[in-house]
Design a protein around this ligand. Structure first.
Ligand SMILES: Nc1ncnc2c1ncn2[C@@H]1O[C@H](COP(=O)(O)OP(=O)(O)OP(=O)(O)O)[C@@H](O)[C@H]1O
Length: 257
């Protein structure tokens, strides 16, 4: 169960949490959503659950694409409930359409730090280094249509990490990729989120592949019917021993008739 916190945005460890959704309520499509969640600074949280449970809705509420009926969102101790997505200290990656089709890889990455695409010499070096860090050296001039799905997601990752935000929201970013490539991309994500002299960027990642969460996530949250039905350490959650509904979702146990 989430602890209620007096200090806005403070996590149980004392440092401000990367994300705090405080009794957020929302409704669409005939479903009511109610989220209360704390993600610690540097934590990796995986969101799992059946289709329509509200995983993307939770991310969209955190990112500011959707606005709650009530409740508050806090990031790094600041109340961001009324801030637009671009004003929040986070980066977000979707399954696709992260890039502008008419811009080449260099410019798509540049948008992360230079929204008007006027880049200084130093920024040019940073962008080239970011492309190289995701294995795309020499891809600067390629447009999204000239790249594979995996390469496009690498460009999106390069842009996200160049922004150096303390929180990254990922909505099934590698779901369209094959298993080996998904593993490579997750390893890359784990590498890129490290920040010198600081905790790594916190990650909230929606996935339909619980096995993706196993090596990396600190905790797993299971969503059902618009709520976080269960949350806990990854190994315990994925063993199915913590919650019967999770065991059924993972196919570890049959539902009783
Ligand atoms: N823009 C919208 N307008 C109305 N209803 C919506 C809208 N977006 C989502 N919904 C509904 O809200 C519910 C939760 O959707 P959401 O996309 O958050 O689920 P999800 O857990 O991410 O599902 P999936 O795993 O299939 O992506 C669903 O019943 C969906 O039909």
């Amino acid at each position: 169960m989430e602890t209620d916190i007096e200090q806005p945005g403070a996590s149980t460890g004392g440092a401000p949490s990367a994300l705090r959704l405080k009794d957020i309520r929302f409704a669409h499509g005939g479903t009511e959503f109610r989220f209360d969640l704390t993600v610690d600074s540097g934590e990796w949280l995986a969101l799992i659950g059946p289709s329509g449970a509200g995983k993307s809705t939770l991310l969209d509420l955190a990112a500011g694409f959707l606005h709650p009926v009530s409740g508050r969102a806090l990031m790094a101790g600041e109340d961001v409930t009324r801030l637009a997505p671009a004003e929040r200290p986070l980066s977000m990656l979707f399954q696709e359409n992260n890039l502008f089709a008419q811009l080449d890889a260099f410019r798509n990455v540049a948008l992360g730090i230079a929204p008007r695409l006027r880049v200084s010499k130093d920024q040019r070096r940073q962008i080239e280094a970011a492309l190289s860090a995701v294995g795309l050296e020499g891809y600067s001039k390629r447009r999204p249509a000239e790249m594979s799905g995996g390469e496009r997601q690498r460009v999106a990752l390069a842009r996200a990490f160049l922004q150096r935000r303390p929180l990254i929201l990922l909505d099934e970013p590698f779901a369209a990729l094959g298993p080996a490539l998904r593993r490579d991309m997750l390893a890359l994500l784990a590498e890129l989120r490290k920040r010198e002299g600081e905790p790594p960027a916190a990650i909230v990642m929606v996935t339909h592949h619980p096995e993706d969460a196993a090596p990396y996530a600190d905790r797993v949250a299971y969503l059902e019917a618009g709520e976080i039905a269960a949350i806990g350490p990854t190994a315990r959650m994925l063993s199915g021993k913590m919650d019967e509904r999770v065991a059924h979702y993972l196919g570890l146990r049959q539902r009783q008739a």
